[in-house]
Design a protein around this ligand. Sequence first.
Ligand SMILES: [Zn+2]
Length: 450
Amino acid sequence: MSLERVEELIAERKEVYLEKLFLILRQKSISAQNVGIRECAHLVQDMFTECGIQSEIYQTRGLPIVYGEISRPENTFTLLIYGHYDVQPPEPLEKWLSDPFEPTIREGRIYARGAGDNKGQFMAHLLAIRSYIDVYGHLPINVKFIIEGEEEMGSPNLPLFVEEHRELLKADLVYTADGSSHESGAQSILLGVRGMLYVEMTAKGAEWDNHSGNKGNIVPNPAWKLIDLLKTMRNDQGQVLIEGFYDQILPPSEIDKKIMREIPYDLNEVKEKIGYPNLEMDSETYQHKLMFEPTFNICGFNSGYTGPGVKTIIPSTATVKIDIRLVPDQDPDYIYQCIQQHISKHAPDIQLSEQLYSVPSSRTSPDLECVRLVAEAVEASTGRKPVIQPSLGGSLPDYIWTKILGLPSINAPYANFDQGNHSPNENIKVENFFNGIKSTCHVIHKFSEK
Ligand SMILES: [Zn+2]
């Protein structure tokens, strides 16, 4: 069976499908401000119904999750698709060239809040299913959907929902289209994320700030205390000296190394993008550092007087904020304990906060057949080989799929690299939206041949 007829149908329905997307883009759904959320959840449910998908809205402690399912007893494969219907606040409004909630096409791009992040991408899945069914009468695999309304707030209620609905969410693969294509223009296939642990450490000196002359050498300075502690935590080569920090790290596999070598890399472009022209780094080191090495980063250091001019004090407190990016299989709780032990050994009077944020890393092996099938599906629909990445440098709660559900999880973002998500004039290229619809059709088709 070929997908030619499905692709023709998608092309014929261009205007209709754009209007379907516009309908959902016009509906505000700003989770941070709780604006339009419930209305949007119902609209998503209507879209499901139109596409022949059974659905239900689940209330959580926060904002609702829309669940959808389309299945037949004879199908043997189940795909679980994840997406989100909430969007970022549109501000600053004056920077938008057109109303963020009135989708407008200019030069081949659809401009609207949520166009790329993530309405344009999950709508591509829905319209793919509709197109496929209208040609073939049914889907050859089962598809389940979780479209949540709190992604832009960090998905606070998603882990519990998934834990409590394991049976409902039983599947063979989690598939997501969220984020952007590779900067080379090729589609990305992302197989994981780094985790993160965020903590704060506070040193205290005297009860108040003292005169640095009249009390100099008498009153201890907590800023130095904190610096001394930090120096025991990391050496000048960037190595973390906290006992146990590297215990759980897994090295990249041969196939990880192979796909990392295939990721396009342009040092000059990187320099420009980060605003640091002195960077000297080859591709292999760059990819390895981003995907397979943890970080120990000072996000902020606060102590004493930092305003203009001169003020001479011995500060009474010093605080440092640290974010630690974690790689497989570093456990945030274990790393936190290591830090606790390190502090109690080296500077027991320095206070360690609770874990201010913590999310484990997540990986799906590039060896799996499902990765190859998705890569083939993407190539078939875009005509271009995708860039496969073992991991993002950043952190997302992908562990929900790989660790709570124990499933492989693949993110193949459909939006263009310059979608401007979270920024004014967010957009998705019309071409990317329709390639996305085709990509989902090809993914469904590929897994039916399994
Ligand atoms: Zn977003």
